[in-house]
Design a binder for this molecule. Structure first.
Ligand code: FE2
Length: 305
């Protein structure tokens, strides 16, 4: 007999690209939506900030605290924060184009000052500990209602030491129930096909292929999850997380409004903000896709992975 009540429910989003406080509005809306649906945790699969500077990470932390003070929902349940860094958090200040420069201008601070505020200059671990009040590790594990979540801070490739981490700890994972893994780039050869933009070099796919109970989440590409290939089931399950800030449309010509500037409020932009609500019933994991720009479900039934 199938369980009907979910035993675990959590949100998954990525690519917040937060700049000033106003830019956290979609993130806060998504958090409130998850809060009101009983989420036990929220995963953010990298690119918390746009330029990788401390004031932006502080805004991310403040937004979380506003919705989940003390990591709690109003009914008192604990809501686990499952965030990781992405490439913009590591080095975003050095990516320059007209859109990124425009986004940076909201801070009204000179570039030379911003250099010193970079998370990589302060220390990625130190900045993390200051903002979130928890110790930093390149790969970490947290347990939520008996389920393992493994997050790996990662820029363009799988987190450093991933194979070693699983060699040391993989045996501790219960093979009889799903576990959840998240990194910033897509595991190569899973979602969006073999040559998908924003994929790693194949390391994570190789490592996770030993775990049929693994469910991986990844962002980075900003490609819409309103596609069949946003969910992949092979040796393990892999699910794309789109973006909460702007979309990327690989079939559109570069440097057009449709290909790049889809952020809310950007000139010529198309509002774009998508995420997932994941529910676990017994050992069954289902994924519901949500459009946070239009406040409606993406027109697909929840999919079992
Ligand atoms: Fe991103």
């Amino acid at each position: 007999m199938k369980d009907t009540q979910p035993t675990l429910r959590f949100g998954v989003i990525s690519d917040l690209h937060v700049t000033d406080w106003a830019s956290t509005s979609v993130f806060r809306k998504a958090l409130c939506w998850y809060r009101d649906r009983g989420a036990d945790a929220v995963v953010v699969a990298g690119d918390l900030t746009d330029h990788g500077i401390l004031p932006q990470l502080e805004n991310v932390a403040r937004a979380w605290r506003e919705v989940f003070p003390g990591d709690s929902a109003p009914d008192g349940r604990r809501v686990e924060r499952l965030f990781i860094y992405g490439n913009h958090d590591f080095e975003g200040l050095h990516y320059r184009d007209k859109w990124m420069d425009g986004a940076f201008d909201v801070h009204g601070i000179p570039r030379e000052d911003a250099e010193k505020m970079q998370l990589s200059a302060i220390g990625l671990g130190k900045a993390w500990e200051n903002c979130f009040g928890e110790s930093y590790a390149p790969i970490y594990r947290k347990r939520v209602k008996g389920f393992d979540f493994i997050g790996g801070h990662s820029a363009w490739q799988a987190p450093q030491g991933l194979a070693e981490w699983f060699a040391a700890h993989g045996g501790e994972l219960d093979p009889s129930r799903p576990f959840f893994y998240f990194q910033h780039p897509h595991p190569k050869g899973t979602v969006y096909g073999g040559n998908a933009p924003g994929s790693d070099d194949g390391t994570s796919t190789r490592v996770l292929s030993a775990y049929p109970n693994a469910v991986a989440f990844s962002g980075h590409s900003h490609i819409s999850i309103d596609r069949d290939d946003a969910v992949w089931r092979g040796a393990f399950a892999s699910v794309a997380t789109a973006s909460l800030s702007y979309g990327y449309f690989p079939d559109a010509p570069e440097e057009t409004a449709a290909s790049r500037a889809a952020a809310l409020g950007w000139e010529g932009g198309v509002p774009f903000a998508q995420g997932l609500l994941v529910e676990v019933r017994g050992n069954e994991v289902s994924v519901r896709r949500r459009d946070f720009a239009r406040d409606e479900d993406i027109d697909r039934p929840p999919q079992v992975v």
